[in-house]
Design a protein. Structure first.
Ligand code: PMV
Length: 327
């Protein structure tokens, strides 16, 4: 057993995928069927404190001060216990500075923060890649939240998932972009991503085409990022979002994450664009719309989205840093 302290706190930022991940090649190890490329969001983050307490008889997990069902977290903490040799149960206290489970990628920032805080509390000092592999087993998108700026998640080929990790592509300050989040519903979504993705190959006729074209989309996005070509990045991001939602809609039973304000916000983004403002939308497994633009345009984009009927609030974010310890 290590002599490190048994408690640690970490902050990880949420991220949104520009090229989307949807579908698993191995559900038990949480291996993605496709790679993905994302940007970290400075304004949305999770702080998590993990304390291993020898006297406890079960893990205890609180999000925002409310105790939650610990099963998914215990499975994740078991991975840390297996790697570290630490046997005690843990108290996990987590705070999101945004609504949980509503399509704002709380599982991405949550499991990245838990991976970093949990491993340090257990006396482990993992490399960013090892941390990304661990975080992936909590939530696929969490593998990307280990890194800041632009990150790419590799689907990998290995059966054991050792090559399914994220890597940084570009730092947050190397190409400043803004994201305006239009919140259209603060409730938790009814079909979470794990459920929505389960047995997708049998449940959607579009799945084969989705997987087949993923590598090409990733290569195009890598080129757009390398060239700092914002028009290309935005067009690809909007395309990947709509393609993923097409796949979701084609799943039996159809997954429809949008509400009226989601669709109105998408139209508002396209109207802005036809009026000369370079802005593109993306949407995850929820009703919130994220509009991606260059910093000079973000005030106008935020003001426009705030006027859309059904938009409850807007949040403006630049690109965020990698996960880090705060204790
Ligand atoms: O990481 P998960 O299991 O919450 O899945 C994330 C799926 C999407 O947010 C819809 C897309 C993505 O790549 O983040």
């Amino acid at each position: 057993m290590s002599d490190r302290p048994a408690a640690a706190t970490a902050r990880a930022h949420s991220n949104i995928a520009l090229i989307k991940y949807w579908g698993k090649r191995d559900a038990a190890l949480n291996l993605p069927a496709v790679g993905s490329i994302s940007i970290a969001l400075d304004a949305l983050y999770t702080d998590t404190r993990v304390t291993f307490v020898p006297a406890m008889t079960a893990d205890k997990v609180e999000i925002g001060g409310r105790q939650v069902d610990g099963a998914r977290f215990t499975r994740f903490l078991d991975l840390i216990r297996a790697q570290s040799g630490r046997r005690s149960y843990a108290r996990v206290e987590s705070w999101n500075n945004f609504p949980t489970g509503a399509g704002l990628a709380s599982s991405a920032s949550g499991f990245a923060a838990l991976a970093l805080a949990g491993t340090h509390a257990a006396g482990l000092d993992l490399s960013p890649r090892e941390l990304s592999i661990l975080a992936r087993q909590g939530s696929g998108s969490a593998a990307r939240s280990v890194f800041g700026g632009f990150a790419e998640m590799h689907r990998g080929e290995a059966a054991d998932g050792t090559d399914a990790f994220a890597e940084p592509l570009l730092g947050a300050d190397e190409w400043p972009l803004d994201v305006i989040v239009a919140v259209t519903d603060k409730a938790s979504k009814s079909v979470n991503s794990t459920l929505g993705m389960s047995q997708l190959a049998e449940r959607s006729d579009f799945y084969g085409a989705w997987v087949e074209h993923a590598e090409g989309d990733l290569a195009d996005m890598r080129s757009a990022i390398a060239a700092r070509d914002f028009g290309m990045l935005g067009a690809l991001a909007e395309m990947s979002c709509l393609k993923m939602h097409g796949l979701m809609l084609s799943t039996r039973p159809g997954l429809l994450y949008w509400n009226a304000a989601t669709v109105a916000s998408m139209h508002a983004v396209r109207t802005l664009r036809s009026n000369g403002v370079e802005v593109y939308f993306t949407i995850d497994a929820g009703p919130q719309v994220k509009a991606i633009c260059q910093p000079a345009d973000s005030e106008r984009v935020a003001a426009t989205l705030a006027q859309v009927p059904g938009v409850l609030e807007t949040r403006r974010s630049g690109l965020g840093p990698a996960a880090y310890r705060v204790d």
